[in-house]
Each structure stands twice: as structure tokens, then as C-alpha cells.
Design a protein around this ligand. Sequence first.
Ligand SMILES: O=C(O)CCC(=O)C(=O)O
Length: 292
Amino acid sequence: MAEVLSASQIASYRDTGYLLLESHLSAQIINNIRDEIARFEDESRSLTESNDRLELEDGHSAEHPRVRRIRLPHKISHVMQDLMYSDHILAPARDLLGPDLRLHTSKLNMKSAENGAAIEWHQDYAFYPHTNDDILAIGVIIDDMRSENGPLMVYPGSHKGPVYDHHVDDVFAGAFTPQEVGLNPKDAVELTGPAGSISLHHGRIVHGSAQNTSSHSRRILFYEMMAADAFPIMGSLTSWDGIEDYNTRMLCGKPTLTPRLKDIPIRIPQPQPDVPVSIYEIQKGLKKSGFE
Ligand SMILES: O=C(O)CCC(=O)C(=O)O
């Protein structure tokens, strides 16, 4: 018996690999997140380089702070931690993945007005292959997401296809160009919706987002999670500090020591480029943008 999703929403997710739940969160929750973002932007004024909390965009200065990502917001913001453990987030995830869920990571991508960076096309599963692919990301849409401000885009159904090669010159680049693997850009879908909506995308779906050239920011808070019986394959970009630490990442339900194995394509994201662990830096290895 599902908690919040209808049978047709679940069927649609299985078929296309994504869902958008419009106006799922109250204005109060979104305003609280915006206040937290303002606090972190203020904190960034004293920084000249990224640290383990805040990743800075080129051109950042104390007068004009430009943060492109808040790292692990659930660890540094009670507002974003409380939301992560709430049924607003976990009930739809349980409807799709089952009762036992483990956090992979959280991040808040800020695509600032005028020049917020593109995220090149990729599959999350290429970064962190696991023993099965009951893996998804929930995106909390903080600003109205429109065609013009670099919305999240997906290739519907691509979660059932190959795991594409995300390497360039034999080094993991965390991205590929859809045209080069036979995907037709016309098939990509924009996930647009008002602030307070949430997106859910499958760990294997091909997705990305173009540069924001509009005068409106586009900020999304992501919680990425998996069924507790999906274990990282060695070489996966999953932090591993022993089973006790791993189990502190349980979001709900029970951990297990029995991984579930599914016969799915796997590509190990190694060797890694010699850059900071950041999708923006890793993807600089791609020679040609998929958004040109
Ligand atoms: O922020 C976006 O548009 C996409 C983010 C994403 O796919 C990622 O950070 O892995």
C-alpha cells in the first residue's frame, strides 16, 4: 500500500524514470530554506576559496558572493536536515524504493542568475555504481524552475538503457555528449514547476541542465538515496568509513548486511581526474558541452 503516490505515478516513474510532484511543499518550508541560503551566502563573504561547506563560483567576492553549491546541507542546517527526515521527502521515496533507505549524499545547487554553470549530461549511477539500481535523487525546487533559468532536464526512459561511458581520454569525466551516443536532444524533457515542487529521478536516468542566462536564480536542494540493500561497488564515489559509519546514513527502516545483486551494467568511475571531488571540476574534462 503506497503512502503518498498513486498507482499511476508509480507506474509513470517505473516507465520514464522521473516524477514531478507540483507544489508538494509549503511556502513556509521554502522560505525557511531561502533564509538558510542567505545565511550561507553571508558566510561565504569571508572566503576566497571553496571549503568543505561551500563551493564558490568563479568571480566570487566579498561584495558579490557567488556560491555554486552548499555541500552536505543536511549536516550544517537543521532546516535541511529536518526536511530530509520528514515524510515530505521519505514517503514518496519509500513508495518507489521500499521501507529501508540510506542516504548517499545531499547538496544544494545554486544556479545564479545571468551565468550559473551548466551541469553536463550524466547518470548518477556512473558516479556511484551499486549492487542494484534502486537509487534516486529528490530535488526540492526552491525557485520557480522555468525553461529560461536552466531547469533540470532528463531523457525519459533512459534509466532502462545503457550506463554510458563517462570517461574522456581514459579518465573519468562524469559526463558525456548525448548526440555522440545516439540520443536525440529533441527527446529531452524539462522539469519545470513552481517553487515548492519536488522532482524525483532514477539513479540511471540521463540528466543535466544548461547554463542559467536568465535574470532569475534556479536553486535545487538534492537528497540522493538508495534502498539499504544497494551496496557500493569498489571504486564507486561513495565515502566508506566502515559499516558503523555507513549505517549512520540510514534514513528510515533497517540496515542489512545482505546486498541485493541485480544484473545491470556497471562501469567503474576510475581513474579519477586530479581535481577536487566536485561534479563541476570533474566535468571540465569533457571536451565539448552537450548544451552547445
Ligand atoms: O542542478 C542540476 O541541475 C543537476 C544536478 C545534478 O545532476 C548533480 O549535481 O548531480
